[in-house]
Ligand binder design. Structure first.
Ligand code: NAP
Length: 259
């Protein structure tokens, strides 16, 4: 009997992992350790010095759903995992469309949204524009952690003063009264309490990202009795979705067994 070369024996399931999240990195570490799985993580390239996941990485957009479908075919991908951020609607829509057109199996990994607990004072809004509108009645000193991309929405608010935290420096247009803090999570409750007290913050604005990396500000706001304006998640395409990295690993193992 002719033996396959070792590489052919081991590379049975090729996975493209759309990342840019902490759970995407955790998943890459787990999949790299799986026998018979080859995983390539894709990053958008938004952050100048991204935390790189284990294993192979490619960086940059695909050129929409058709470009992604071409990439899947050209790289003989068997499984597509969308582990992107809950607010990354463009790439998530592309993944759904590319999976349909290419026939490559898709699984979305999405962390659960945050749930208010006792003592939380949350104002849920459907959009950044509604968040900006809600600030009129809630205080002038704002801790804004919605990411640097949506800052233009808050730029017209010249009565408010903002502490804006982002990984890379924000690009204009930005609010005229603003302190930019460059930092990335995970953050601690004590650290968030210090920051909010130091800047006499009156209201927090954030997106319902979910997960632990960014939840400390919600706990700190609860301790200080501050309102939190929470932007709801955008609608998602109807695709198979799980909430834990272990479920994705099981899914990939299942694909490896049928191949
Ligand atoms: P987006 O609006 O969905 O992405 C816009 C375009 O960027 C996509 O159409 C795609 O370009 C490209 N892109 C996005 N993610 C990509 C990936 N993982 N690999 C290759 N290309 C990608 O996304 P976004 O909100 O700008 O977020 C960009 C990245 O940052 C995502 O990977 C996301 O996981 C991460 N992130 C986002 C947020 C957030 O609040 N939105 C927070 C933390 C991390 P083409 O159409 O050319 O393929």
């Amino acid at each position: 009997m002719t033996e396959n070369p070792p590489s052919a024996r081991l590379t049975r399931v090729n996975v493209l992992l759309l990342g840019g999240t902490a759970e995407g990195r955790r998943l890459a570490t787990l999949l790299v350790a799986e026998a018979g799985v080859r995983v390539v993580t894709s990053l958008a390239g938004r952050v100048s010095d991204p935390i790189l996941p284990d294993g192979e990485v490619r960086i940059g957009g695909f050129g929409g759903p058709a470009g992604l479908a071409d990439w899947l075919r050209a790289n003989r991908i068997h499984a597509l995992v969308d582990a992107t951020h809950p607010f990354a609607v463009g790439i998530t829509g592309s993944a759904a469309a590319a999976s349909r057109s290419s026939g490559v199996a898709l699984l979305r990994l999405q962390r659960p949204g945050w749930v208010a607990g006792s003592g939380d004072w949350w104002i849920r809004v459907p959009s950044l524009a509604q968040a900006a509108a809600a600030l009129a009645d809630l205080g002038e000193r704002v801790f804004l952690t919605t990411g640097r991309q949506g800052l233009a929405t808050f730029a017209p608010l010249d009565r408010h003063w903002f502490v804006v935290r982002s990984v890379n420096p924000p690009d204009p247009p930005v609010p005229c009264r603003m302190l930019a803090l460059l930092d990335r999570g995970p953050f601690t409750v004590d650290g968030e309490l210090d920051l909010m007290r130091k800047h006499a913050i009156q209201v927090v604005v954030t997106k319902d990202s979910g997960g632990n990396m960014a939840a400390a500000k919600l706990a700190a706001a609860r301790v200080l009795g501050l309102p939190v304006v929470l932007v709801d998640r955008p609608p998602q395409p109807n695709v198979p979705t799980v909430t834990s990295v272990d479920e994705v690993v099981d899914w990939v193992r299942g694909l490896a067994q049928v191949r």
